[in-house]
Design a protein around this ligand. Structure first.
Ligand SMILES: *Cc1c(COP(=O)(O)O)cnc(C)c1O
Length: 464
């Protein structure tokens, strides 16, 4: 069953109204990020159920959330409670996962640029590592000679099945920077040899999906990876590759509240196309990011001014490039839906008017939407950028030193086991709004005279 998202729409409308009513959104707090806790739990449950339905009983399955999609500790803790681990790709992301209490055996480290220190720490913790390239494998070899590790280790391959409609997020093109390019001359032989020489290489990894990639192409990427695992095991003469990490990359529907495609659809397509992957001979790791969080986040921003230019209405809001960087810089690839709310946080009705929804940054292209048909946004109204729970407000871009907005999770009170008053919404702080004092501190405030006192000749130790 596809979820048409009407419950989600209702929860969001209630949350926007309550955010205004409870003063989270106000004249001097003109932008917030909101996270739908029930929606996140539902997506996690859908993910688990989708793969439970296709794997043989007893198959080990780890769903590791790609932390980069929403790098917020409370979100990682919520997902942990929903049985979801973490896929990390930097020391920062690993620290977030650990702060959320995600255990090492539910954490996977992928990154194309792991330092020796990162690798040593991962192996010491027992975190799964997917090796990106031959030079990285050399580093692991050295570490494995000097210490033992519980880390399951695999190699990331790029099946080179081609890109999708968005070049910048296509990971499986012929020249992608990720993994070992499987179709390049000699690559397959090198991989089989690498496994033959290293009994501790027990996993195989590919991540070929992303926004703009059709499911059929993602399935081909997984099929190629499975075929390689079978070949490795056949040629080394033992069941050495015991787990296949199929990555994430399920695209998200940004055009309506409906969840489409669903995890269930993808899991069924995979099990039809690659039945051997689910027969119980392989454990499974997934690394979904966007599809777990995108539809559960909303940026709500106050309309500071409503004006007109060249005959077009322009709503100047507090949400722009700092919270919707991809959309502002690449609007054709990353269009966002905008919902209009009035000054009380109630959905606006009225005839659609073509208008621009602008952000606060000082460049003319800072537009959330251009020429969009919406009820006319007026001063004091709110504009909501929908489906922004992944890769948007959690990915602040510090243009114009605009502050990171506060992020709040919400649940309808009845469902939280509270007093059940209809229409009440409970909020929890996920991330405090950034203060201007913090902006100064993070912008070298403690080093104000660093450059004016830097002497051209004397070294610091030689200064009087
Ligand atoms: C970004 C990334 C993911 C998650 O991708 P989504 O499109 O957000 O699902 C998973 N695995 C790796 C290696 C990634 O780089």
């Amino acid at each position: 069953m596809e979820n048409n998202g009407s419950d989600r729409t209702g929860r969001r409308d209630e949350a926007v109204r309550a955010a205004v009513e409870q003063g989270l959104l106000r004249a001097d707090a003109p932008i917030v990020g909101l996270l739908d806790v029930i929606g996140i739990r539902e997506s996690a449950a859908e993910l688990r159920a989708a793969f439970d339905a296709v794997v043989a009983p007893g198959t080990p399955v780890l769903h590791a959330f790609a932390v980069k999609a929403t790098p917020l500790v409370p979100v990682l803790r919520l997902l942990r409670e929903e049985g979801i681990g973490a896929e990390v790709a930097s020391p920062g992301e690993l620290a977030l996962a650990r702060a959320a209490g995600v255990p090492p055996n539910r954490t996977v480290l992928d990154s194309p640029a792991k330092t020796p220190t990162e690798l040593r720490e991962a192996l010491a913790l027992g975190i799964a590592v997917n090796v990106d390239n031959p030079q990285e494998l050399d580093r692991i070899d050295a570490l494995m000679r000097s210490a033992t590790s519980r880390s399951p280790i695999g190699i990331r391959v790029n099946p080179q099945i081609g890109g999708g409609s968005i070049g910048a997020t296509s990971t499986a093109t012929a020249t992608s920077k990720f993994g070992v390019a499987l179709l390049d001359e000699g690559a397959r032989e090198w991989i089989v040899g690498a496994y033959a020489e290293r009994p501790w290489l027990t996993r195989l990894h590919a991540h070929t999906g992303s926004q703009g990639i059709p499911l059929s192409l993602m399935v081909r990427g997984v099929a190629e990876t499975y075929a390689l695992a079978e070949e490795i095991n056949r040629r080394v003469g033992r069941r050495q590759v015991d787990t296949i990490d199929i990555g994430g990359g399920l695209p998200v529907n940004f055009a309506s509240d409906a969840t489409s495609p669903t995890y269930a659809q993808y899991a069924r397509l995979l099990s039809d196309a690659v039945p051997g992957l689910f027969g119980g001979r392989y454990g499974l790791v997934t690394e979904f990011g966007r599809s777990l969080l995108a539809k559960h986040g909303t940026v709500v921003a106050r309309v500071e001014y409503a004006k007109s230019a060249g005959g077009r209405p322009v709503a100047v809001t507090h949400a722009g490039v700092q919270v919707a960087t991809r959309t502002v810089y690449a609007p054709a690839s990353w269009p966002l839906r905008i919902a209009a709310y009035d000054g009380k946080g109630l959905p606006k009705s009225g005839a659609d008017v073509l208008q621009d929804v602008a952000g606060p940054a000082c460049f003319s292209g800072d537009l959330l939407a251009e020429g969009r048909a919406l009820p006319l946004l007026e001063q004091g109204d709110y504009a909501a950028a929908l489906d922004t729970g992944a890769y948007y407000f959690a990915h602040h871009y510090a243009y114009n030193s605009l502050a990171r907005p506060g992020i709040y999770g919400f649940v309808p009170r009845g469902s939280a086991g509270g007093d059940g008053r209809v229409g009440e919404v409970a909020f929890a702080v996920v991330r405090e709004p950034q203060t201007v004092a913090e902006i100064v501190a993070e912008s070298g405030g403690a080093h104000a005279s660093a450059l004016t006192t830097l002497a051209p000749t004397a070294s610091p130790s030689a200064r009087p």
